[in-house]
Design a binder for this molecule. Sequence first.
Ligand code: GRF
Length: 204
Amino acid sequence: MAQKMKTAVLVSGGGTNLQALIDSIDRGEVTSAELVCVIANKENAYALERARKAGIPAKAITANFEEEALTFLKECGAELIVLAGFLSILGKGILSAYKDRIINIHPSLIPSFCGKGYYGLHVHEKVLEYGVKLTGATVHFVSEEVDGGVIIAQKSVQVRHDDTPEILQKRVMEEAEWVILPRALELVAAGRVQIQGRMAVINE
Ligand code: GRF
């Protein structure tokens, strides 16, 4: 059995994307990665509770994040980082230590509705304001440019005329985020994603 990729998950809130990763590993859908630690940048993030219930080492780091997180990541032997509902911008220290080894889930079809100020419910408010008929989620590699890294996976979701931001967010999470994040983790951890310029070539 090939060595599983030691994966850290960074969170800020409820942790439903973390839960999707935990469940997909438990169901044997993700076989090339193991979750070795969870780091929250908020003291009371429920995602920490989810990690603890799953027996994954977890801690909140609310000061000196860059240095403290790098120390914990190294202690846990993390080789890959997943940003799952992580609502902060990573500094150069972590970005350079984990170049091309950080992936993020964003709740829209990048390059639409992304970048500065587009996170959480705000994304879905803008989607409804604009009146697009399709939205969805994107998993991409993390680079210095916010939401600008090479795209690994996307999945579209219908927008309905009577959607509220909350209803739309729930549908995007259930039908897109929780599906493509585990899939993308498996592909990256299994070494089945090659970056060629702006294109991620997937060995399906
Ligand atoms: C959700 O809006 C999700 O779309 C985005 O972060 C928010 C919380 O995610 N990625 P989670 O429940 O903490 O995983």
